[in-house]
Ligand binder design. Sequence first.
Ligand code: GAR
Length: 210
Amino acid sequence: MKNIVVLVSGGGTNLQALIDAQKRGELRGGEITCVISSKADAYALTRARENGIPTRVVPRKDYPDNASYSKALHEALYQEYADLIVLAGFMTILDGKIIQAFRNRIINVHPSLIPSFCGDGFYGLHVHEHALAKGVKVTGATVHFVTEICDGGPIILQKPVTVENDDTPEILQRRVMEQAEWKILPEAVSLFCEDRITVIGDRAFIDYQK
Ligand code: GAR
């Protein structure tokens, strides 16, 4: 069984999707062993506690920069024997050292079809504001490995979602979560834990036959 450590900063609906999948026996080959939050008041922590999952808080505000924060996080991840690190609404950019130490073992869920609406400054509701401003007819979500390039790592899974005429950023965000994020994140975690993902260069290949 692989130890899955989930990093969160906010509401934690993606964490909830992982917990629900685990309860249904759909997180094959892994178990959520710890939830680490960058904020002490993140509701995601309540979700973890209600489900008997150990939690830790490594507050971003206690550290002057990304490098010192990543170092503290790095230590916590070693202490937790993390095999897979899932960024589920985690709003801090990790530095190169931690990414190198856990190469191809950190995955992130992003609320657009990468390479659209991603990179620096594209997070949370802003992503949907930009998608609506551009007038795209289809958006979606992406799960990818984390590399030194923000939102630029090998793509594991993507799922498209239709944009409706009268969408607000909030309505679109909810639809992208329901129809895409909450489905592809647990699926990608399972694929990883079953050793079905191989990274070659910039691409991730999935073996469904294994
Ligand atoms: C989700 O939509 C997630 O994709 C996004 O923040 C939201 C967190 O919601 N993440 C990013 O934008 C990262 N670039 P949650 O806390 O309810 O899972």
